[in-house]
Design a protein around this ligand. Sequence first.
Ligand code: ZN
Length: 416
Amino acid sequence: MKVKTMVALLVLVMVVSGALVGCASPAPTAPQGGTSLINDYPSLKPLASFVGEENLSVLNLVGFKAADRAMKELKLEKGDLNILALTDAGYIARIGEYTTEKALDGVMLTSGTSRGKGNLANLHKPHNASLWFAFFDKKSKGCVYLEADNEVLRNYLEREKTGIDAALSEFMKLKDNEIFTKIAKENIDADRLLNNPESWQKKMVAEVFGGNEFSIFTISNLWAMGLPNDFLKVAELHDHICPGLTSGYLIAEYIKKNFPTPAPRYEYTVIAIPPWCKDDALIQIFETNVGHKRLYVKHLTKEQMAQLPEEAKNVANVFIRWPKGAQKGEGLVVGFDWDKAYEGSGTSPKDLKAFDTYKWWWVRLKMDIWMMDYLDKPEELVFAIKEFSVESQAELDNLKAAGVNPLVELGIMPGP
Ligand SMILES: [Zn+2]
């Protein structure tokens, strides 16, 4: 009994002295990149809890920095549904060996934009494009553009690989102009651009948005008008919205209604003749990719274009539908009524290639806006040129084959 009491007392003394020693020793240091970074920058908290503090990367932080700066410039609160964020982060663009998708989380968790809300546009640019961010406010039509300094980012990413904590906290201390080579704010309201094109043209020439001006102002203005989400996905692949792309969206809508199939990727063969922006819309909507051997692309020379009869001068695509297990296929040749589109929008095709003046972008933006009213009325601009049947696999193979002009085979234009 006595021994037990002594042991208990001894244990108690050890515990108390241990606690005292604990109190006297310095408080354990918080991991630098984790808790202390959040303590120093409380606005990083949503991002840190989303990706996990221990996973925070300089790439998360560059997205945070871009969104944080833009929201302040535009005087917008996180989650405001008037914001559209646009960026090439996380599509294909890389910083050296590093892919850039983590910057997307920085943008989302700081601005409150997301794919689900339909206000995050992730644009396709090539692997070596600069990493950029744009934030557009639907109400004011203001847009803030930020382009990251690839060298600075690469340097911090290298450091992150070896000693993550210091790299993050030092990155956070950088000033915006040490991270971004370009920070610009412009009003990109379509009416303003269209009514005062000379003044915007100066900004186009100066590349105020790093050469991404056309992508940003077309997508932003059409998004503000209520662009459907599937069209936004089409625009992401194509990088901008132009009348050519919209014609593809309308052709897809027309085909969905008038020449449908339950399995587009397996039952359509599409021939683009001639190809233009439209074909990116078809790839996206029907999954009829070149790589799936569902899209064949055939150029028409000037001489061949001149030989097209009046009713086929605006020929766009040949669609062949071959239902699974069927013995033969059916075909439809469609065209797009450019005459009506130019006339209706008050534009002229001669301005399309006026690349040394404002006219090239002016005509496209003007038509883009006019065509928005036709997204659910495709038959007003898309028309059938010819229906036909394909009697055998050999006949289908011939239409796709190199050196064969399907429009000649189908009797739409004369042979050479
Ligand atoms: Zn285009």
